[in-house]
Design a protein around this ligand. Structure first.
Ligand code: IVH
Length: 707
């Protein structure tokens, strides 16, 4: 945890001490601010952040002439990221499914085979997973015209000028497709990272926690001259839009990128089985320490691009690739305290406060303890974990972290337990609002029953509401909504949209707040107004309904298309019965738990009032399915029956859905098309009786254009 130099009262500081203290606080606060806003990964508890910020302000007030040019009191929210224009990716930038052990890999290979119905030889590429940040480079007629970060996968930041300063990135290509988007990872070598940190330290500038943060911080500079002074590198490993195919296999495409002048990773190999992939993984793991740059796993990709196309994508990850992550890194340290945080859905989460320890190059001072069973040494079914050892304040505990995942406590050393250590008693009342914190049958979590009256839940909901996948209002990040909530300016999302009207001279009020000026206040109200027009999927996600994440929000939005239809269905649906319930469950990816959670939320009076007030301030845009509008099957209900010979059932269904069709398991008056393979029986008869159009597999493939 951060030590705010206790005992050194601001009033007692000499000028020299004040200067030193401002120099110490600036990088600390800027890093915390950036971690919070730009990387969504807070590095210190908010209370510590606030107290350091207040201390900084108090010193500046006492010694105004010592105020630094990079003073943290001038920083508002995500200022670092605000200056870039946005770029909509022509082809989405996806992430990868993660695998952690050999069984996951055999499972991946089996799944690919099963999906394709493929029994013959099947090749995969295996290459290091570079621990940097992904970048998409767009070339038109061989010229680099745009570089964009991944952002949320759909819209990234325009960092073209910065990318041009990276020597691994060619400015022009010879013999390239007319339009080509090359994708890869920007990273910093370990030696360059250490040298950069040493330089920064010498100059009293900000240092970076690890090479990935250094690469991200260096690329996302508003001043491209700063990026130019930072030694960034780039490995190409994929592509987005491409006007003519690069090649017909992943490996030959990589070779083509290499011949166009890109760096590709020399440890890329072609493998033909799970065993082969695992052998290459083991060999990369051995070389990891001597590579000179950070990697956090090995990526496997189906080599044949025609097969990649057939496999396609889930909502955010391709079916044809997987990231096999390296095992977590470990360290031992003392558990200083257990704090309880109350989340958006009321869950009481125990957080371990630790004596700071370096785990794989990152200083860790907090870790999750999951739930009360976990602390007591039991899993959700009551079986012992850690041989049943409980965790107590004062214990020597083992911390582990894997990639970006929140650090966890894995083990405890009983031989080091202090005599006075007491078993931890999990609170039965919410520490924030004193409401009872109950456990439902079968639920590992204890939940605060306070709902919207619980300040912690209300704040977390607001933070979720403005998050990047939610309303993403420029200038209104988690920190700001929290401060506005504390001051009574907003209590629910609807209040954000009435803020200006309620204040009348909202700008006047806001500009008097610390860190705000007239311009930033005006910008904020403009940004809020801009988000009154919101897509249905973002709105559903932003409501923060338990179990509804980004991809399930999109599934719901695509199914109901408009807010009116969605709201009507949820208002009248009954859990466990009726057509509205059946319709919800018919959505591929929506299960009983999620469906019940949405209905419960819509039928809870208080929740409903908050939702209605919010929607009254918005103009909700209907959901437009991703499928091309000219798809001949868009909006049609299709049923597959009998044996399919050229594709598996899963593939047929996924392909039809990606073209905007609804796939149903049974024939009814709503069916538009029956695709019948050999052996079709009762469904074909029912379809014929209803006059539904019937096609064989070839007819279907001809219709969708892949015969
Ligand atoms: S392929 C459609 N290959 O890992 C899939 N990604 O965790 C495109 N990454 O967002 C990604 N090394 O930023 C691919 N050799 C590699 C990679 C790699 C690093 C990153 C990439 C991606 C993230 C997913």
């Amino acid at each position: 945890m951060v030590q705010p130099l206790e005992g050194l009262d601001v009033g007692a500081l000499s000028e020299g001490e004040a200067r030193a203290e401002l120099a110490r606080l600036a990088p600390m606060l800027l890093a915390a601010n950036q971690a919070y806003h730009t990387h969504d990964a807070p590095k210190m508890p908010d209370a510590d952040y606030d107290s350091l910020k207040r201390r900084n302000l108090a010193i500046e007030a006492r010694f105004p002439h010592l105020k630094r040019s990079d003073s943290p009191s001038e920083q508002v929210g995500a200022a670092v990221a605000d200056g870039f224009s946005k770029v909509a990716h022509e082809v989405r930038m996806l992430s990868l499914e993660n695998a952690f052990d050999a069984a996951d890999i055999t499972d991946f290979v089996d799944r690919v085979r099963k999906y394709l119905g493929h029994t013959g030889p099947l090749a995969f590429t295996a290459e290091p997973k570079i621990d940097g940040l992904s970048l998409s480079l767009r070339y038109e007629k061989g010229k680099l015209v745009q570089a964009a970060t991944r952002g949320d996968g759909e819209v990234g930041e325009n960092v073209t000028e910065n990318a041009r300063t990276i020597s691994d990135i060619p400015h022009s290509l010879i013999d390239a497709p007319e339009v080509l988007e090359v994708r890869g990872e920007v990273y910093m070598s370990l030696a360059d990272f250490q040298a950069l940190n040493a330089r920064q330290e010498q100059r009293g500038g900000k240092t970076f926690a690890n090479p990935r943060n250094a690469a991200a911080g260096s690329l996302r500079q508003l001043d491209a001259n700063i990026t130019a002074s930072r030694p960034l590198r780039f490995f190409a490993y994929a592509w987005g839009a491409c006007s003519t195919p690069l090649a017909d296999s992943q490996m030959t495409a990589m070779n083509r990128l290499a011949s166009l002048g890109f760096q590709t990773n020399p440890l890329t190999r072609l493998c033909d089985s799970a065993e082969d992939l695992l052998a290459h993984y083991a060999s990369i793991e051995v070389q990891r320490a001597s590579l000179g740059y950070d990697i956090d796993g090995v990526v496997y990709k189906v080599d044949d691009l025609a097969l990649q196309r057939r496999l396609g994508f889930r909502s955010t990850t391709p079916r044809w690739a997987i990231a096999h992550k390296f095992p977590a890194e470990l360290a031992w340290t003392r558990l200083l305290a257990i704090d309880i945080q109350v989340g958006r859905t009321g869950v009481l989460s125990p957080v371990a406060r630790l004596e700071p320890v370096t785990v794989g190059g990152v200083v860790v001072s907090n870790a999750t303890l999951h739930n009360e069973d976990y602390i007591q040494g039991r899993d959700s079914k009551g079986a012992p974990i850690r041989e049943g050892k409980d965790i107590r304040v004062g214990d020597l505990v083992q911390v582990y972290r894997a990639g970006d995942v929140i650090p966890k406590i894995a083990d405890v050393d009983l031989s080091q337990r202090p005599d006075e250590a007491q078993p931890y008693e999990f609170p039965a009342l919410c520490p924030e609002c004193n409401s009872p914190a109950q456990r439902e049958e079968g639920d590992a979590a204890r939940r605060c029953a306070g709902g919207l009256i619980c300040p912690a839940q209300a704040v977390e909901r607001l933070r979720h509401f403005v998050s990047r996948a939610g309303f993403d209002i420029e200038g209104l990040g988690a920190k700001q909504v929290e401060a506005f909530y504390r001051d009574g300016w907003i209590a629910t999302p609807a209040d954000i949209f009435t803020l200006k009207a309620r204040f009348g001279t909202g700008v006047q009020q806001l500009k008097n707040r610390e860190g705000w000026g007239v311009k930033s206040a005006e910008n904020l109200f403009d940004a809020i107004d801009e988000k009154r027009k919101i897509s249905l999927n973002r709105l559903i996600f932003a409501l923060g309904i338990r179990h509804v994440g980004e991809s399930s929000a999109s599934l719901l939005a695509n199914r109901y298309s408009t807010w009116a239809a969605f709201e009507m269905a949820m208002t009248h649906a009954k859990i466990g019965e009726g057509t509205a319930w059946a319709e919800l469950l018919a959505i591929d990816g929506v299960g009983v738990v999620l469906a019940a959670s949405v209905i419960t939320t819509f039928q809870n009076e208080r929740e409903r009032a908050a939702i209605d007030a919010l929607v009254a301030a918005l103009e909700v845009q209907p959901s437009i399915a991703r499928a091309p509008l000219d798809s001949p099957v868009a909006g049609k209900t299709v049923v597959f029956t009998g044996t399919l010979e050229k594709m598996t059932r899963a593939e047929a269904k996924a392909r039809a859905e990606s073209l905007g069709a609804k796939v149903s398991g049974s024939v009814s008056a709503k069916t538009d098309l029956l695709v019948a393979g050999p052996g079709a029986g009762s469904k074909a008869k029912a379809a014929a009786a209803l006059g539904v159009e019937i096609l064989d597999e070839d007819g279907w493939l001809a219709l969708i254009g892949t015969a």
